[in-house]
Design a protein around this ligand. Structure first.
Ligand code: SF4
Length: 446
């Protein structure tokens, strides 16, 4: 019997990638053949996101593109959009099965039910919207150079613009034993870098099924740093109020943890931060950045900012701009506020027009480019370690990230191509190319 072709597409965050990779491994048997989402498949599985309206539009586009490749294909929706709007998702032409947060990890059982996986006129929803507070260990392996490793899920915070607590439930974590065991085994299997991910990783410690908090994030990072096996550990993102000074001191002397911090700011105006129900003010944020710069001068600090939040006046925006301009950070992810159903901010008045949102987004993107360029220039003639990627994006160069998260490239020759892929190499940073990628030279000629 011919193998069924199955294709996956992941939208959104690193957590979604870790979960898609885990689900995809369930299809690693003789019945299924993994194919790219760009090609013909019998089954298409889309791991959706619901952080912005744009994400939901992209989901519809992906379903259409799957139907264009195979109108008889069986299309399955999982992820936050499927969990939050199962009925709406099921009404999208082409969708056959909508699985909620819990059911998505039992996908193979549903698929093996022959009767179910024939193109139907009425899609099936299997989603217990209430039951989202369970934990399913996940990590990506084999499909990327770095492994995205889930340590925590859900969130107990109530930021006024955010739907994630509604789609992913309360904060809960992987047991410390499991985290350490799996990290060791990934390093033994040749993974050179692991990215710790979750929804609110700084809140690690509320172990699923246990009422109280068993550990702190500090306990976890100290335990991970004792792991013998070689490899880099990168944090995905951490809330400013949860990045304690003692953590920064610890990271400055750490064996495994790399000097890269992604700390969401969202706004540089304390008034807007209060409306967002964020748990810090800009002074606390500044203190963290200064502490990092003082103890780990070469650290890469990325940040998230939302423009156009309801009530954001030009004065508030200027506060954000001037605050960021002075701050020693390396780059910004700029998001335009997207009103989400059932959030507190959806009922807020004083909406900012699309034109003004667009203008503010553009101004901060320009600022981010300047900051990134300045950071990269400060790295020239420095020695770093690059993890060269498995796959080279073009025939001329091999690409990879330094420990402080700078994108670099090295001219390909037959020698290094074979030997450098998925390896950590000591390099000297030579210059910046026109796209802001740093060209490096190997220090220890192989
Ligand atoms: S910390 Fe706030 S923005 Fe982040 S997931 Fe939790 S509620 Fe959403």
């Amino acid at each position: 019997m011919a193998k069924k072709k199955v294709a996956f597409y992941t939208m959104g965050c690193k957590l979604n990638y870790a979960e898609t990779s885990t689900i995809a491994r369930m299809f690693s048997n003789s019945y299924y053949q993994h194919v790219s989402f760009k090609s013909y498949a019998d089954i298409y599985i889309i791991n959706s996101c619901s952080v912005t309206k744009k994400a939901e539009l992209e989901f519809k586009y992906l379903v259409r593109s799957a139907m264009n490749k195979n109108a008889k294909s069986f299309i399955i929706a999982i992820g936050c959009y499927a969990q939050l709007n199962s009925k709406k998702v099921s009404s999208i032409f082409g969708v056959d099965l909508v699985l909620g947060s819990k059911e998505k990890f039992k996908i193979i059982d549903y698929i093996n039910n022959e009767k179910l996986i024939s193109k139907k006129h009425y899609p099936k929803i299997i989603s217990d919207t209430e039951k989202k507070d369970f934990y399913f260990p996940s990590f990506s392996f084999g499909d990327r150079t770095r492994s995205f490793f889930k340590i925590q899920d859900g969130c107990d915070y109530k930021c006024s613009y955010c739907v994630i607590p509604m789609s992913r439930g309360v904060s809960r974590s992987e047991s410390m034993e499991n985290v350490l065991k799996n990290i060791k085994s990934l390093f033994k299997k040749g993974v050179k870098e692991i990215v710790l991910t979750g929804v609110n990783i700084g809140d690690y410690g509320k172990i699923y099924g246990k009422n109280n908090r068993l550990y702190t994030f500090f306990d976890l990072i100290q335990a991970i740093d004792k792991i013998e096996e070689k490899g880099r550990i990168r944090l995905s993102s951490i809330e400013p109020n949860l990045l304690k000074n003692e953590y920064i001191e610890f990271f400055s002397k750490s064996k495994h943890f790399v000097p890269h911090f992604h700390i969401p700011l969202q706004s540089g105006s304390n008034e807007i931060l209060r409306k967002m129900r964020r748990r810090y003010n800009r002074e606390i944020y500044q203190e963290k950045v200064k502490k990092i710069q003082c103890l780990i001068p070469d650290a890469y600090i990325g940040s998230d900012v939302i423009v156009g939040f309801p009530g954001e006046t030009y004065k508030h925006f200027l506060e954000t701009y001037n605050f960021l301009k002075k701050l020693e950070i390396s780059s910004l992810h700029i998001f335009t506020y997207s009103p989400r159903p059932n959030t507190r901010s959806i009922i807020m008045q004083e909406h900012v027009s699309k034109t003004i949102q667009w203008k503010r987004n553009k101004i901060l993107r320009n600022l981010s480019q300047k900051k990134y360029r300045f950071f990269c220039e400060s790295q020239i003639n420095k020695k770093k370690t690059v993890l060269f990627e498995n796959s080279s994006v073009n025939k001329e160069y091999l690409y990879g990230y330094t420990e402080n998260y700078i994108r670099t490239k090295i001219p390909i020759n037959s020698y290094n191509l074979l030997l450098y892929r998925n390896t950590l190499q000591n390099v000297l940073i030579k210059e910046i190319d026109k796209d802001g990628v740093l060209i490096v030279e190997p220090i220890n000629k192989l």
